[in-house]
Design a protein around this ligand. Structure first.
Ligand SMILES: [Ca+2]
Ligand SMILES: [Ca+2]
Ligand SMILES: [Ca+2]
Length: 190
């Protein structure tokens, strides 16, 4: 494994940690449902609101995609080896701009974060998102500053979609999108 790919591997391990919500060492449909519900609860919107419905649909589609692409032995659970190998394979295959599925997922996620519907995510809204993922409280501000390229104190939904894509696909240790989830990616694999 090259040093460059190591960056992507660390990010993948961080994401496995987010996704395995019940900490039983595998990802299954219950984990994805829990994570989706946690993000909706943190946003403070009713479960029957359009934003919640969109996020629940994205969560269901995400699980279907994970199972179809990563669950190699077909047991309905994705273990760390299946996850890492599968995401590395997909990430390599998806170099280039995000496709419609990825944009829809990012759109639903960031619409949820954008609590006042002004098309921009403030530091406070972003901190709430970090808290929902169970990230350390200190890192949201740091991440926000790095992602706010023009320094206007807000992140556009488009900027966040681009950062999410960069996080998933970039092998560059200096890519700004790496900071989406704070500095967890720097130490996750050690
Ligand atoms: Ca699990
Ligand atoms: Ca499996
Ligand atoms: Ca906003």
């Amino acid at each position: 494994m090259t040093g460059v790919n190591r960056v992507l591997e660390r990010k993948i391990d961080v994401c496995f940690g987010f996704a395995d919500q019940n900490r039983d060492g595998v990802i299954d449909s219950a984990d994805v449902l829990t994570l989706t519900a946690r993000l909706i609860a943190a946003a403070g919107v009713p479960f029957d609101s359009p934003k919640s419905v969109a996020m629940l649909r994205v969560g269901a589609a995400w699980w279907e995609a994970l199972r179809a692409e990563l669950d190699v032995d077909g047991d309905g659970r994705i273990d760390p080896d299946e996850y890492r190998a599968g995401v590395l394979r997909l990430s390599g295959a998806q170099a280039g701009p995000p496709g419609p599925g990825a944009l829809a997922a990012a759109g639903a996620l960031w619409a949820l974060c954008d609590r006042d519907d002004d098309g921009r995510v403030t530091a406070e809204e972003f901190t709430r998102f970090h808290r929902a993922l169970g990230l350390p409280p200190g890192t949201a501000g740091l991440a926000f500053e790095r992602l706010d390229l023009d320094g206007d104190g807000t992140l556009s939904v488009a900027e966040l979609a681009a950062a999410l894509w960069e996080f998933w696909t970039s092998e560059d240790a200096g890519a700004l999108g790496n900071w989406l989830f704070g500095d967890a990616f720097l130490t996750a694999a050690d």
